[in-house]
Write a protein that binds this ligand. Structure first.
Ligand SMILES: Cc1cc2nc3c(=O)[nH]c(=O)nc-3n(C[C@H](O)[C@H](O)[C@H](O)COP(=O)(O)O)c2cc1C
Length: 353
């Protein structure tokens, strides 16, 4: 089967312009990451998982995750939790914040989440999982999608039984990361399960796991019949990988382009999280951006030693002076504009305090 990643597709009434979805990643999928992903060709972007309990208690940091920019649509905001009524209320807030889709997390394998009965644990509790999807679907008018793993234990195929039941409960799309929760990120994603799931449901299925190139994306779409692929780790600090996956154009960025994109990301993240939080948050991104043989390792280590974001910026511009013009152009063309649909978001959510 021939597949074109530049084709559009639909989840319910939501049109998605390409067959590449940027994965939700806790500690990564900030607004700057999502906007950048859209710019490089992702058809749909997703927030990191947001705690429904945090939304219920109007936790300031949690509400910050509901900030939506005009140019990131279509956008899914992902919620996690274990109580249908609380999840439904969180979904209403997500819709009010301007998300085009509410995504429900039945895949997180991290103990802090599973021990509270949320994330991947719900794969083993089909009645509760169905009740959550039914409550969330009834609470909002936007489509509801579910992201799940294959099951809890290695070799488990729980997703194949659960998937159709979730669709019956109201899910308009399913994303499958076919590793077990126990596997975390080891081994390989077994997309034979993705193909089986596609055969069992009549909603679009998104294939997540180990999509690192245009060739792999095409192969997975062709062998599974999935509607789209999701890209996670390959996109970390590497929007050029997203572009390559979408259209097969694998041109390596120049050093100036790398520094300009990194600095735009730094500035937007400071604006989003505030300088104090952003300083630590950004450290992992330096290695991600500057790796791939783009800059020598000692240079990355040097950046990690710097105490302030301002020093990082000066050092990067000294290493690639031509980046300053590119950065200015990017900032002019892509100035962020928040939608501000939700009343009462904490002030720090808008400008870092
Ligand atoms: C750092 C990190 C954080 C993640 N956080 C989330 C999350 O918040 N919600 C979720 O559904 N999946 C999360 N995932 C899983 C990814 O969305 C994706 O399914 C997984 O990484 C496999 O895709 P990949 O091989 O393209 O990375 C996370 C993965 C990573 C690496």
């Amino acid at each position: 089967m021939q597949v074109n990643l530049l084709e559009h597709w639909w989840i319910g009434p939501v049109e998605i312009p390409t067959r590449v979805v940027l994965a939700p990643m806790a500690g990564v999928s900030v607004q700057a990451f999502r906007r950048q992903g859209r710019r490089f060709g992702a058809g749909l972007v997703c927030s990191e998982m947001v705690s429904c309990a945090g939304i219920e208690h109007r936790n300031e940091r949690t509400l910050g995750y509901l900030r939506v920019a005009r140019d990131e649509h279509p956008l899914a905001i992902q919620i996690f939790g274990s109580e249908p009524a609380v999840m439904a209320e969180a979904a209403r807030m997500v819709e009010a914040a301007g998300a085009d889709l509410v995504d429900v997390n039945f895949g997180c394998p991290v103990r802090k989440v599973t021990k509270a009965g949320a994330g991947a644990t719900l794969l083993e509790d089909p009645l509760l999982a169905q009740a959550i999807v039914a409550a969330v679907s009834a609470a909002v008018s936007v489509p509801v999608s579910v992201k799940m793993r294959r099951g809890l234990e290695n070799g488990s195929c729980t997703c194949l039984e659960l998937g159709p039941r979730l669709v019956e409960a109201g899910a308009a799309s399913l994303t499958i990361h076919p590793r077990s929760a126990k596997q975390m990120y080891t081994g390989e994603a077994d997309h034979r399960l993705t193909a089986e799931l596609v055969g069992r449901v009549d909603v679009p299925v998104v294939a997540s796991g180990d999509i690192t190139s245009h060739a792999k994306a095409r192969a997975v779409l062709a062998s599974t019949g999935a509607a789209a692929v999701m890209v996670g780790r390959a996109a970390q600090g590497n929007p050029w990988a997203v572009a390559e996956i979408v259209d097969g154009d694998g041109a390596e960025p120049s050093r100036e382009e790398v520094v300009a994109e990194l600095l735009l990301f730094v500035r937007e993240t400071v604006r989003e999280l505030g300088e104090r939080r952003a300083t630590g948050f950004l450290k992992k991104f330096y290695g991600w951006y500057l790796g791939h043989g783009r800059f020598p390792k000692p240079f990355k280590n040097e950046l990690l030693q710097l105490a302030t974001v301002e020093e990082v910026e000066l050092r990067l511009l000294a290493a690639a002076p031509g980046a300053a013009d590119l950065l200015e152009r990017l900032e002019d063309e892509h100035a962020p504009e928040d939608e501000l649909l939700l009343e009462g978001l904490p002030i720090s959510a808008y400008g870092g305090g």
